[in-house]
Design a protein around this ligand. Structure first.
Ligand code: C2E
Ligand code: CA
Ligand code: CA
Ligand code: CA
Length: 280
């Protein structure tokens, strides 16, 4: 809120007011949702282009509130990061994923799950401890868990000893790290040396333009080769068309995640989908 003596209120435009009231409504309802376990998770398949198999899925949070309706993660997560509620959301996601993993393990379904995290979680808490506690509590296999961190996260984390240490502890326990949203503008590759990253996820905004120009294709091919030269697995995000898929296959991309192969779905739908895709 702007500070200008008595005119502080009038300095806000009606747009500002709308945004602030929506934000406080979301904050209020989110407390309610977290209390009542009203969030849920969808899982989106990541397909190995060589084998055609789904070895892993990404867990994506969903929230539909009875008063405000659907709040997308793109709106929810930044608000939760700002007010600290991301800690509760993250714990909910981790608990749900560990429970799901254990259930799949018990039923012989071999699946890895990747989880999105925010840097604030690693600043506010000891994530190494929290992850290892949840893993032990649920008896799930740590090597079935991957943590996705954004490029911005990686850039900031590199300079924060306690975060690097947490990541190293998690990595030593068998949990892998993916670099998410690669290519969205934070490229400063030193963090590749500092952080235990094993997978590179090329952002959807880049994949989207793959069919446009030859130069763009060369750029993407270069990004894939860059990943491979560092022994990273490379995932293309947001693949929607066959044309994109075939170009990425020709470029030797390892994994794809996008609507072409599967939408984010509930765990139950994912199991049905896996059975069908096995037989086709
Ligand atoms: P992200 O990590 O980059 O996740 C991929 C997003 O792309 C998802 O959006 C997914 O539904 C969407 N997507 C996947 N394939 C396609 C495609 O072929 N075309 C198009 N147009 N979109 C596709 P979603 O679920 O809305 O999530 C948005 C962002 O919110 C995520 O981006 C992630 O940064 C954040 N997020 C989601 N769940 C969590 C969570 O549990 N914790 C944290 N910290 N962040 C989360
Ligand atoms: Ca992600
Ligand atoms: Ca991403
Ligand atoms: Ca993204």
């Amino acid at each position: 809120v702007k500070e200008r003596g008595g005119s502080a209120i009038s300095a806000l435009t009606s747009d500002d007011h709308e945004r602030l009231s929506r934000k406080s409504l979301i904050e209020k309802r989110l407390i309610h949702a977290l209390d009542r376990h009203n969030l849920h998770l969808l899982y989106q398949p990541q397909v190995n282009l060589k084998t055609g198999k789904v070895e892993s899925v990404e867990a994506l949070v969903r929230w539909e509130d009875s008063e405000i309706g659907i709040v997308t993660p793109d709106e929810l997560i930044p608000i939760a990061e700002e007010n600290g509620m991301i800690n509760e959301i993250g714990l909910y996601v981790l608990e749900s994923v560990c429970t799901q993993l254990k259930d799949w393990q018990n039923r012989g379904i071999d699946m890895k799950v990747s989880i999105n995290t925010s840097i604030r979680e690693f600043r506010d808490k000891d994530m190494a401890k929290i992850f290892l506690e949840q893993i032990q509590l649920n008896g799930c296999d740590p090597s079935s868990l991957a943590i996705e961190i954004t490029e911005r996260f990686a850039l900031e984390a590199e300079a924060e000893r306690s975060i690097v240490k947490q990541m190293q502890q998690l990595n030593a326990a068998g949990i892998s790290f993916s670099l998410d949203d690669f290519g969205t503008g934070y490229a400063a590759f030193r963090y590749m040396l500092m952080l235990p990253i094993t997978n590179l996820k090329i952002d959807r905004s880049i994949i989207k333009s793959i069919t446009k120009q030859e130069k763009m294709q060369k750029l993407i091919k270069g990004m894939i080769q860059f990943g491979k030269s560092l022994d990273l697995q490379v995932t293309a995000e947001g693949v929607e068309t066959n044309e994109q898929l075939e170009l990425l296959r020709a470029m030797d991309c390892d994994l794809i995640q996008g609507y072409i192969s599967g939408y984010p779905m509930t765990a139950a739908d994912l199991e049905k989908w896996l059975k069908v895709s096995e037989t086709t």
